[in-house]
Design a protein around this ligand. Structure first.
Ligand SMILES: NC(=O)c1ccc[n+]([C@@H]2O[C@H](COP(=O)([O-])OP(=O)(O)OC[C@H]3O[C@@H](n4cnc5c(N)ncnc54)[C@H](O)[C@@H]3O)[C@@H](O)[C@H]2O)c1
Length: 249
């Protein structure tokens, strides 16, 4: 199995790409700490994984809370003694109809950008103690290009993830810690999507994709799996679009 004996923390694991990543990681032998603000849904995904013979736990973690991060890291270390993988996946949509809304900018920066940094803050020392690890930060095609229907705060936050990832990759390579970003394209709508969940708008967005379809959550999860595994042992600081060719156009 590709993640045998590894321990992973996945944020935003109650839903979408985070849930898919947690399921696939557990099936590949990882012990997975699923985290989210949605407690019932997150616990249900963890129960489904353990019911299928995998090893998983759920803990509530709001990615904007330093205290939540500290207790999640402490829980993973108490249970399993090490953290090998962090998937910084939690996020909120930027498809807010009011493009100039200030609260939206702040929420984007706080959850989508700062939340990723707050995750690396306690996990990197744990990985240093264990002799290395792999971090995958989930950005978006929105970290590369501007888009209609998306608040500029989302693009800015996802762009911040892209560069923070490279910075961490450079700074922690000597500790054996690899840090990469994954950039999903047009995927099933997020729980918080507004404009981009509208069927007419989605049809226009999908028409701009060379592969002419939306992606599946598992297609992103498998990119996460590769980057988190030892198969990617010489890969750090890169950006992996999973977008059906959107950025190639
Ligand atoms: N769906 C898309 O089209 C798309 C495209 C590109 C990138 N992304 C990114 O992929 C990631 C996963 O998105 P998804 O499509 O699975 O969406 P989703 O809405 O299904 O899942 C996101 C999860 O993050 C959780 N979350 C939100 N705020 C949180 C917080 N403060 N603390 C902890 N958890 C929180 C939510 O409860 C939810 O379970 C996000 O970072 C998103 O920005 C999504």
């Amino acid at each position: 199995m590709r993640l045998q004996d590894k321990t992973a923390i996945v944020t935003g694991a109650a839903s979408g790409m985070g849930a898919s990543t947690a399921r696939i990681f557990a099936a590949e032998g990882a012990r997975v700490l699923l985290t989210d603000v949605l407690e019932d849904e997150g616990a249900a995904v963890a129960a489904e994984i353990t019911g299928a013979g995998g090893e998983a736990r759920f803990q509530r973690l709001d990615v904007t809370s330093e205290a939540d991060w500290d207790s999640a890291v402490a829980a993973a270390l108490a249970a399993w003694g090490r953290i090998d993988i962090l998937i910084n996946n939690a996020g909120i949509s930027g498809s807010h109809p009011d493009r100039l809304n200030v609260d939206t900018w702040d929420a984007q920066m706080n959850i989508n950008a700062k939340g990723v940094f707050l995750g690396m803050r306690p996990v990197i020392p744990a990985m240093q103690g264990a002799g290395g690890g792999a971090i995958v930060n989930i950005s978006s095609i929105s970290g590369f290009v501007g888009q209609d229907y998306v608040h500029m705060g989302y693009n800015a936050a996802k762009g911040a993830i892209r560069l923070a990832t490279k910075s961490a990759a450079v700074q922690y390579a000597p500790d054996g810690i690899r840090v990469n970003s994954v950039h999903p394209g047009i995927m099933p709508p997020m729980r918080t999507s507004k404009l981009t969940a509208d069927p007419e708008i989605r049809a226009k967005m999908i028409a701009a994709i060379p592969m002419a379809r939306e992606g599946g959550v598992e297609e992103v999860a498998y990119a996460n799996l590769f980057l988190a595994s030892d198969e990617a042992s010489y890969i750090t600081g890169i950006e992996v679009p999973v977008d059906g060719g959107y950025l190639a156009l």
